[in-house]
Design a protein around this ligand. Structure first.
Ligand code: MN
Length: 719
């Protein structure tokens, strides 16, 4: 449902209040009449001070959103663009100027401000004509120059090379300082996609894939739903022609039906709202093709109500909840479908209430409720937010970092931060793609009343970095919904999270956090720290030691087996003495692939220690002879593990149960007295298979309240 959160019709067709079935709407969609524009462009600008006919559509659309706009700049931009592109043709045979005009019209209809439109008219001049950037700057100012430069760079970047990390990185850098560059790029891509039919099929496919992988996710993030959904349908038609055709047939067949459940419910809703004196517009929003396709994949056979949704537009925020109340009182709500994207907005600017009502015949009708202003933003996203250099509107609170500066939405600033912080283009690219692929989002609440928007699957580690940035290195634990939880805990929509921060300024993130970090912000911050602190990082812990050299060169002494780090091979110890009883030392509890050595003890037994154990040094200095030992093909191992946890009821029971589930037999356990709400458990366990140790440690870490599990460090025995 989220992915279709803001199903588009073009703004014009919605505000008209005209109810049209999907198919006819698509035909009637107010698109640029290219032929007419082409003719007007061929005739050239009429007179010096009159607006050229060809730009009339743009001007009308622009005036509808900005009645006081200065049209002189637009006129000059058109004259320059038209004269410099004159003689150039598009592949379709039309004059080139039809393209910048069409792009500009798309933006004007979305409500873009004059500077964006000016740059949009000129967006291909520097790339394709004799006009230079300096000329653009001289005639239209630095802002327009910056935007044109950005689009020109993007043009070079994404044709044919969008999937390459370095070029994509450049693409974001070009956009970096002003998201309006991306708005123009999206409109440019939309027009190119609309007119892609003249290209060779392979080229169509390549461009469609880039659109799918890069431009559509960006449109989603920028909140430009109107562009996003049309791009989706265009890509769908090219990459999945058969499914597209099938979907089209479904829509056509549905439109031909005599009864329309959506229209019936719309009438019911109008009646309910009229009786309760709430001024509202009730419209039917046909789903776009991709949305119909998704729903049909999900539900199988489609019923009439599945082909669209109701949109209720009101004047005030509070009216949204009034409408919701009436619908939930007077109709049969499907409560599980209710979502409040007003109180808890998605971070791409989208705001709406979502609910659904059931008809007597069982058909469910989805209803979106929003104000006219929310609707404008839902359709046009950042494009509708106006001139970013103007004084910010009052409703933009500084408390919500995602909404303060429309030219640099929070995620874009973060992208640019990662771009600087990422160790290499590949890391950046892969994390970015993952981030863009994350359609679904969850919102978690902070105790101070604030919220954090996170991708689905995010953990407490992600929440910590989202809230504290690099200071999250000092995070020591978290409470989720009031209960202590491990940092690996996966958060759910609506959870309340309280992050527990340590006081030590030199706190270090745990390498293991990387496993639990899903957001690029967290992963890159942790990686950056690890890269910057190689000294600590490169000292291998006992689990990371690969036994790569023999204990000794003496052929009489058996050698330690080769073993990959973290992949214990066996736990049986073979000793260079027939019949010896082997005992693994309790002080350092060696397990494969630890480097080990042995000492004969009373009674002919051999005790096996890790070579780094303090006892080894002590016995060697006391003149005791070492006995060669190596790991054999056995299976069992005994190991001592330390679990650091927060104090909570049932911790001991939960931990021991988790260990038993992993097949560990607990040989001994000690629990130290808790200190500052933290407690340390030490377990010595017998494992049937040493290779299972990492899984056991993971299972223990996953117990709520446990924040670290490690192997016991070698100690001086008998101390
Ligand atoms: Mn272009």
């Amino acid at each position: 449902m989220n992915a279709e959160a803001a199903n588009p019709a073009t703004p014009g067709s919605v505000t008209s209040g005209h109810v049209t079935p999907a198919v006819t709407r698509r035909k009637a969609r107010p698109r640029l009449d290219l032929r007419r524009l082409g003719r007007a462009a061929l005739l050239g600008p009429a007179t010096r001070d009159r607006l050229p006919d060809a730009i009339g559509h743009v001007v009308d659309a622009h005036r509808a959103h900005h009645p006081d706009a200065d049209l002189e700049t637009l006129r000059r931009a058109y004259v320059l663009a038209e004269s410099s592109h004159r003689g150039q043709m598009r592949k379709s045979g039309e004059p080139y100027i039809t393209h910048p005009l069409a792009v500009t019209l798309i933006l004007a209809e979305l409500g873009a401000e004059t500077t964006t439109l000016t740059a949009s008219l000129l967006h291909d001049t520097v790339e394709d004509t004799d006009v230079t950037l300096d000329q653009v700057g001289e005639q239209f100012g630095e802002e327009v120059r910056y935007l044109v430069d950005g689009v020109t760079k993007l043009e070079k970047v994404d044709y044919g090379a969008a999937a390459e990390p370095e070029t994509f990185r450049k693409m974001l850098v070009a956009t970096g300082n002003d998201v309006r560059v991306m708005s123009i790029k999206l409109a440019d891509r939309l027009h190119n996609m609309r007119t892609l039919g003249v290209m060779r099929p392979e080229k169509q496919e390549r461009i469609a894939k880039v659109t799918r992988d890069v431009l559509i996710p960006l449109a989603e993030r920028l909140g430009v739903q109107a562009l996003k959904t049309e791009l989706e349908d265009l890509v769908f038609a090219i990459l999945h022609p058969e499914e597209y055709e099938h979907t089209r047939e479904l829509i056509v067949r549905n439109a031909a039906r005599a009864d329309d459940p959506l229209a019936d419910v719309a009438d019911d809703v109008r009646k309910v709202l009229r009786e309760s004196d709430i001024a509202a517009e009730v419209l039917i929003r046909p789903r776009h093709f991709v949305s119909v396709h998704r729903v049909s994949r999900k539900r199988g056979r489609l019923r009439g109500a599945d082909f669209g949704r109701l949109l209720v537009l009101v004047n005030e925020d509070a009216d949204c909840y009034a409408v919701l109340g009436e619908l939930h009182t007077c109709m049969t709500p499907v409560v599980s479908e209710f979502k409040d994207f007003i109180a808890v907005p998605k971070f791409n600017l989208y705001q709406s209430l979502h609910t659904a009502v059931a008809r007597e015949d069982g058909q469910v009708v989805e209803v979106l409720i929003r104000t006219h202003q929310m609707h404008k933003v839902a359709e046009a996203g950042v494009v509708a937010l106006g001139n970013p250099y103007a004084a910010p509107p009052e409703e933009q609170s500084a408390g919500d970092g995602e909404r303060v500066d429309p030219t640099r939405p929070g995620w874009l600033s973060r992208l640019l931060d990662w771009q600087r912080g990422a160790p290499d283009p590949d890391t950046f690219w892969s994390t970015l793609r993952e981030d863009l692929a994350q359609d679904r989002e969850i919102t978690v609440f902070r105790p101070d009343g604030g919220t954090l928007g996170l991708p689905e699957g995010a953990t407490c580690v992600d929440a910590a970095y989202a809230q504290y940035g690099e200071d999250a290195h000092a995070c020591i634990g978290a409470r989720v919904n009031g209960r202590l939880a491990t940092l690996s805990t996966v958060l759910k929509d609506g959870d309340t999270i309280q992050l527990l921060m340590g006081q030590d300024p030199a706190s270090e993130p745990s390498r293991e956090w990387l496993e639990h970090a899903h957001t690029p912000a967290a992963r890159i911050a942790i990686q950056r720290w690890l890269t910057a602190h190689p000294a600590q990082d490169d000292v291998p812990g006992p689990e990371a030691v690969a036994v790569s050299r023999p204990l000794r060169d003496d052929p009489a002494v058996p050698q330690a087996p080769e073993a990959a780090p973290g992949r214990p091979v066996a736990a049986q110890v073979l000793v260079d003495r027939a019949g010896a009883t082997v005992r693994l030392a309790g002080c350092c509890t060696p397990v494969p692939p630890d480097e080990v050595t042995g000492f004969a003890v009373r009674g002919g037994a051999v005790t096996v220690h890790r070579v780094g154990c303090a006892a080894v040094a002590r016995m060697k200095s006391a003149g005791r002879a070492e006995v060669g030992v190596r790991w054999g093909e056995g299976s069992e191992c005994r190991v001592t593990l330390v679990a650091e946890s927060f104090v909570r009821p049932h911790l001991l029971a939960d931990l021991t149960e988790a260990m038993a589930t992993e097949g560990a037999e607990i040989v001994s356990a000690t629990v130290e007295p808790p200190e500052r709400q933290q407690v340390r458990h030490t377990y010595t366990v017998q494992l049937p298979d040493a290779a299972h140790l990492p899984a056991l440690m993971r299972a223990m870490r996953n117990v709520a309240g446990v924040y670290d599990v490690s192997r016991a460090q070698p100690q001086t025995p008998g101390a």
